[in-house]
Design a protein around this ligand. Structure first.
Ligand SMILES: Nc1ncnc2c1ncn2[C@@H]1O[C@H](COP(=O)(O)OP(=O)(O)OP(=O)(O)O)[C@@H](O)[C@H]1O
Ligand SMILES: [Mg+2]
Length: 148
């Protein structure tokens, strides 16, 4: 369990960038937090740290963006539009979890049931992240790792 207070968007990006030095293939990072909490800011930092040359946009309308050009492929999912268990099952997203070739980061992971923390295969790694809005510019970022 780790906890960090970010004071602005740049600090949140820098925090995400530090994860790029830990994460590798087989990792999934799940992000929880309200609209505007800073989930996408974390992904921007992570992607920058991985050397992804493109700009990061939230894949709200497409569910998945793939960034193959960094140190490892990065798969960026956003489950915001998936409200019901049947929609989630129909979306066929399980192939993006715990891949041997890359890192997957998922906004609105709370939509996914049962929790990914219960489904981590041996050798893989799941980081469950919560962002809390403290005020206009401060965010509390807490995470817990699961690596059986
Ligand atoms: N400490 C902070 N960390 C991150 N973002 C911050 C912070 N302070 C202010 N902000 C602002 O909050 C917004 C966060 O937007 P972001 O798109 O990252 O949120 P999100 O959690 O991905 O939202 P959504 O659920 O809509 O995808 C940005 O406009 C950013 O500038
Ligand atoms: Mg977002």
């Amino acid at each position: 369990m780790a906890s960090f207070i970010s004071h602005n968007a740049a600090e949140t990006q820098q925090y995400g960038e530090t994860w790029s030095r830990e994460a590798g293939p087989g990792w999934v990072i799940g992000l929880r937090g309200d609209l505007g909490a800073g989930k996408t800011q974390l992904v921007k930092g992570l992607a920058h740290g991985l050397g992804v040359p493109q700009r990061i946009h939230s894949p709200t309308f497409t569910l998945v963006h793939e960034y193959p050009r960094g140190r490892y492929p990065l798969y960026h999912l956003d489950l915001y539009r998936l409200q019901h268990a049947d929609e989630i099952a129909a979306a066929g997203l399980a192939e993006y979890f715990f891949r041997e070739d890359g890192i997957t980061v998922v906004e609105w992971i709370d939509r996914w049931q049962p929790p990914l923390s219960l489904q981590v295969p041996p050798g893989a790694h799941y980081r469950d992240v919560s962002l809390e809005i403290l005020d206009d510019s401060r965010r509390r970022i807490i995470y817990e790792d699961f690596s059986p």
